[in-house]
Design a protein around this ligand. Structure first.
Ligand SMILES: C[S@@+](CC[C@H](N)C(=O)[O-])C[C@H]1O[C@@H](n2cnc3c(N)ncnc32)[C@H](O)[C@@H]1O
Length: 192
């Protein structure tokens, strides 16, 4: 990745752009009418990328499998709609039917633990194997407003990710929360 002078968090599309190789392809979707043109202009001159003003959940049905037969799908909705938790499960099921060897990386916030638990149960009952949960909490769970933790669910995680996270997450937690509240977790919610 090139050395950049960071003033803002660059967000996943830009991080991906730095990592993309010449032969790779990137499909991005953004539904927000003001964010979409910004994202499109960021990739206007990049032949590897396609930016769609469409529902990302639908793309798992219409665009998978990729012709390369290898790929990673990042699912990163805002969860402002409660239905997003179930939409994630439905979209992953549709995607997995078409592309079972893909890596699926699903970000989730912990605002109300119950919502996350329902999403996890949906994934655990889907029949999909090899699901790793990675989570970092900076506060204990709460029923008050606000995010206390966030995590990633990774289906078909790359080799060594589990091991790397078991080293990296406790370090990150110590840096972010020196007083030691909250937790880290690296757990197979469905093993191989
Ligand atoms: C949590 S942000 C993540 C953005 C990006 N992945 C990042 O790292 O910054 C969620 C984004 O998804 C967009 N969005 C929400 N629902 C969507 C959907 N169904 N399809 C495509 N984009 C959606 C929102 O407008 C917002 O820009």
């Amino acid at each position: 990745m090139p050395k950049v002078d960071l003033h803002y968090y660059p967000e996943s599309p830009l991080l991906t752009k730095f990592l993309l190789r010449e032969q790779d392809k990137l499909l991005l979707t953004e539904l927000h009418p003001s964010d979409y043109p910004i994202l499109r202009s960021e990739f206007a001159k990049d032949k590897r990328a396609q930016v769609l003003w469409q529902d990302g959940f639908q793309q798992l049905k219409s665009k998978l499998p990729p012709s390369s037969r290898r790929g990673i799908i990042l699912i990163d909705p805002p969860y402002e709609l409660k239905s997003d938790y179930q939409s994630v499960v439905n979209a992953v099921l549709e995607g997995y039917k078409r592309f079972a060897t893909g890596i699926y990386a699903i970000w989730y916030p912990v605002v109300l633990r119950q919502q996350v638990k329902r999403m996890m149960h949906g994934l655990q009952n889907s029949g999909i194997r090899k699901i790793l949960k990675i989570e970092l909490a900076v506060r204990p769970d709460s029923d008050q407003r606000g995010m206390t933790a966030s995590g990633m669910v990774i289906i078909n995680p790359p080799w060594k990710l589990e091991q790397q996270m078991r080293t990296f997450l406790p370090w990150l937690h110590k840096v972010l929360v020196p007083e030691g509240i909250g937790h880290t977790c690296v757990e197979w919610i469905v093993p191989e």
